[in-house]
Design a protein around this ligand. Structure first.
Ligand code: PLP
Length: 392
């Protein structure tokens, strides 16, 4: 198999046979000609079911995630919804508690309408054996978690599921990993035992903050068939243009993620040494409490582009810091070429009750950074001046 960068550039991206174009055209046609009823001339029939641009995008994601199949969706949220739609009335899901707020919202305010029950756990490795029951169909992990960047050992969770299934051989439980925060350049969950890996493509995979899109990938034929059926039946699919843009973004994934991660590593070290900072959460730091999982699960020794830290001076200092940066833009989202920052307690995680949020380490003084691919010295200078402005 070729290296990651070669696959990112070439997978799903052959030359156009007719024109020789090196980059695929955007295929806007909604329908495709047939030579006889139900005998399409080529591979495609109707663009909701399949489309050349979505196909190219799905092919490269499958290659990068070491998967047989990948399926594109209109957003990361649509990918989550379709995965949950494959369950039926009375089914049970176990999820880590500090999942993305929108995933938590989907579990507790949408999936419950279809009779799906979700149990949350702050310590899945310890509690999963007691949370699994005869109705459990999915276990949902985000690693690193958002925004506190704690890690979950994917293969350990898988082994708990395998042990349970040995005693309940007719019950199939799928392990889903949301890999949005790292991208397949750093972590390939299917290699560690996950059954489905999903992404908000909106973040690192597209990487330029100009597409909202999602994807799910798997090696399991039955899961892929069921997801493909629901993808078409529900119709929450990405447009050809978004698929084309996201495919273009993927060609530089390895370069972007490496640079963002190197920047984040330098910034995390700078913050950890600062007397204006209470605590730094970054998987790449040697004193991260789950160093062993980092060493086992993260490729290339990279911690990713996301950091969170608690600033001294409470929520006033957090607010002042986020209004004082000149390169980091105060905005939600992450994973783009440009650096962003936010205060989770009042932005992305504002909907979670205070006690629950603080139990998960999301205090009012916590700031989340999405490090972009700008120059390291400029980003550190920006953090330095904002820390001074916020704490003086
Ligand atoms: C970890 C994670 N998963 C899923 C989503 C949902 O993706 P989207 O915004 O593309 O619907 C997000 C969005 O922020 C996210 O951060």
């Amino acid at each position: 198999m070729s290296g990651f960068g070669t696959r990112a550039v070439h997978a799903g991206s052959g030359h156009d046979a007719q024109t020789g174009a090196v980059i695929p055209a955007i295929s806007l046609s909604t329908t495709f000609a047939q030579s006889a009823p139900s005998v399409p001339i080529g591979k495609y029939e109707y663009s909701r079911s399949d489309n050349p641009n979505r196909d190219g995008f799905e092919t490269v994601v499958a290659s990068l995630e070491n998967a047989k199949y990948a399926l594109g969706f209109a957003s990361g949220s649509a990918a989550i919804a379709v995965i949950l739609h494959t369950l039926t009335l009375g089914d049970h899901v176990v999820s880590v508690s500090d999942v993305y707020g929108g995933t938590h919202r989907y579990f507790t305010k949408v999936a419950n309408h279809s009779g799906i029950n979700v149990s949350f756990s702050g310590d899945l490795e310890k509690e999963l054996p007691t949370l699994l029951n005869e109705k459990t169909k999915l276990v949902w992990i985000e690693t690193p978690s958002n925004p506190t960047l704690s890690l979950t050992d994917i293969s350990k969770i898988k082994s708990i599921i395998v042990d349970y299934q040995a005693k309940h051989p007719t019950q199939k439980i799928s392990l889903v990993v949301d890999n949005t925060f790292l991208s397949p350049y750093i972590q390939t969950p299917l290699d560690h035992g996950a059954d489905i890996v999903m992404h908000s493509v909106t973040k690192y995979l597209n990487g330029h903050s100009d597409v909202v899109m999602g994807v799910a990938a798997t090696n399991d034929d039955a899961i892929a068939e069921r997801l493909r059926f629901f993808q078409n039946a529900i119709g929450a699919i990405p447009s050809p243009f978004d698929s084309w843009l996201a495919h273009r973004g993927l060609k530089t994934l390895h370069l972007r993620v490496r640079q963002a991660s190197n920047n984040a590593n330098a910034i995390a070290k700078y913050l950890a040494a600062s007397d204006k900072v209470l605590k730094v959460n970054y998987p790449g730091l040697e004193n991260h409490p789950q160093r062993g999982i980092f060493l086992k699960q993260h490729n290339h020794g990279l911690g990713g582009g996301m950091i969170s830290f608690r600033i001294k001076g409470g929520k006033e200092a957090a607010s002042k810091f986020t209004s004082s940066t000149k390169i980091f833009t105060l905005a939600e989202s992450l994973g783009g070429v440009e650096s962003l920052l936010e205060v989770p307690s009042i932005m992305t995680h504002g909907g979670i009750p205070v006690a629950e949020r603080e139990a998960n380490g999301i205090f009012d003084d916590l700031i989340r950074l999405s490090c972009g691919i700008e120059d390291e010295e400029d980003l550190i200078a920006d953090i330095k001046q904002a820390l001074e402005a916020a704490t003086n």
